[in-house]
Write a protein that binds this ligand. Sequence first.
Ligand SMILES: C[S@@+](CC[C@H](N)C(=O)[O-])C[C@H]1O[C@@H](n2cnc3c(N)ncnc32)[C@H](O)[C@@H]1O
Length: 276
Amino acid sequence: MTIESSSEPQSFQKFEHDGWESVSAGYEQHFTRLTLQAVQATLDAAKIEHGMRVLDVCTGPGMLAAAAVERGARVVALDFSTNVIAIARQNVPGAEFREGDAQALPFKENSFDAVVCGFGIIHVPNPALALAEIRRVLQPGAHAAVSVWQAPNPTNGFGLLYGAIKAHGNLDVPLPRGPDFFQFSDEEKLTRAMQEKDFRETKIRTVEQTWELDDALGVLNGIMEGAVRARGLLQAQTEAAYRAISEAVRAGMSPYATSDGSYRVPMPALVGAGRK
Ligand SMILES: C[S@@+](CC[C@H](N)C(=O)[O-])C[C@H]1O[C@@H](n2cnc3c(N)ncnc32)[C@H](O)[C@@H]1O
């Protein structure tokens, strides 16, 4: 496997950066309760324990950092968005924060006893570089763990969303070209990517996350208020296509309805771990 990178890295990085600056609060509101479900599995995979020096790359609102602090680790958390870091600082007073790029970590090699990156490598123009940076700053023998979304399929939320866009809209809209968002999204692909970047003893685990939503348009609203790439894709649809996509998503939510009128949408994650 060759890890795909963006063919226009500067404009893609700007698109991502502008996006995260503007959806920082929306991500916390909609996605935290979801990605929180992979936190303990990620910390376990990176073998995080009391007293370790830990780096959380692409920290977002800081859920991994917070849980690592709770385990008694000394945590540094990094993100490239000023607004995101402001939120994370409030959430995790016990961690140290750095603004910076996952592709050029501002740390010396061998600085950390563990590194985690939750749903981050899928947002950088050059994920191979981000993985290499994670490995560079790890102590020899120490573990890193990264999480990504499972590929869209008929039984998960991304399958519902992308299926509706494919059927009623356009998946090939003029946005800055990023790498394939789902290039690491099955066990084999994530294993191969980590091995390609020289991680050994790789292990992948699927974590069954569930998005609990109050209404049938919760997936779309969450994406429009809290995501970057999928939001860009939806914003680029024509009005008529967006309406048809909304209707298809609403109709496709029925298998996930509960007796109290809310919805439980499967949004599984893969957690990949490896050792330096
Ligand atoms: C999907 S959120 C993940 C947040 C959190 N780790 C979680 O597990 O929910 C991705 C985060 O990565 C950050 N990010 C994206 N590209 C980055 C880059 N090149 N360098 C550093 N942070 C980046 C964004 O600002 C955002 O906060």
